[in-house]
Write a protein that binds this ligand. Structure first.
Ligand SMILES: [Zn+2]
Length: 207
């Protein structure tokens, strides 16, 4: 049983969105090729889904600027621009994404007091989203993941997948992903490698 996990391919993370990842929209075509390939038994998409005023937003911290470090519930937290607020255009999936073929959508980031980069659990690792249980229930043995952004939500999701789904082979599809910061992307790929996550490109996935 082979699953594809598409991380946060939402308007907010594409050019024109509130937290745009450079070339973020360019993952859509590649993701669609993967979705339409018939190679996957199960396709899951995660969706960043914050209430207005979420604690990861700089705007919720008077005096803080975006992209500087602050604290949230006593832990270091990157101060993000307001993004992916529930029921806004920014939170919708990219309109070009073949969403009809997605079997399950995992929302995350609803708790205003903690951020949730991973599709599997909050950053403090206290609350699970339920995705690991869902995938275990489906009996998956292989998980390929990709999306936005490589150096945050993709990386944390991949690492949690390895930790929370023992025995499942986890692969990161590089050309179906984009990151915020080039140095961060390089470090993320290296960190994933040390955790046993193989980096491939979509040609490998489709072969
Ligand atoms: Zn977010």
């Amino acid at each position: 049983m082979k699953a594809l996990l598409l991380i946060d391919i939402q308007n907010g993370f594409c050019p024109g969105g509130n937290l745009p990842v450079p070339e973020g929209d360019q993952v859509v075509q590649v993701a669609n090729r993967l979705i339409d390939s018939g190679k996957y038994d199960l396709i899951v998409a995660s969706q960043d889904w914050h209430p207005a005023g979420h604690g990861s937003f700089a705007s919720a911290h008077p005096g803080k600027k975006v992209f500087e470090m602050g604290t949230l519930s006593g832990k270091p937290q990157m101060m993000w621009p307001d993004h992916c607020v529930q029921n806004t255009e920014d939170a919708r999936f990219h309109p070009g994404l073949h969403l009809d073929a997605v079997d399950f959508i995992q929302q995350k980031g609803q708790n205003p007091a903690v951020d949730s980069y991973s599709a599997f659990r909050d950053n403090d690792q206290a609350a699970l989203t339920g995705l690991a249980a869902y995938l275990r229930g489906k009996g998956i043995s292989e998980l390929d993941l990709c999306g936005l952004a490589t150096d945050y939500c993709v990386k944390f999701s991949a690492i949690d997948a390895v930790e929370m789904l023992p025995g499942v082979t986890v692969r990161f599809i590089e050309d179906a992903s984009r990151g915020i910061d080039p140095a961060g992307v390089k470090a993320a790929i290296e960190e994933m490698r040390t955790r046993g996550i193989v980096t491939i490109d979509s040609r490998d996935a489709l072969a």
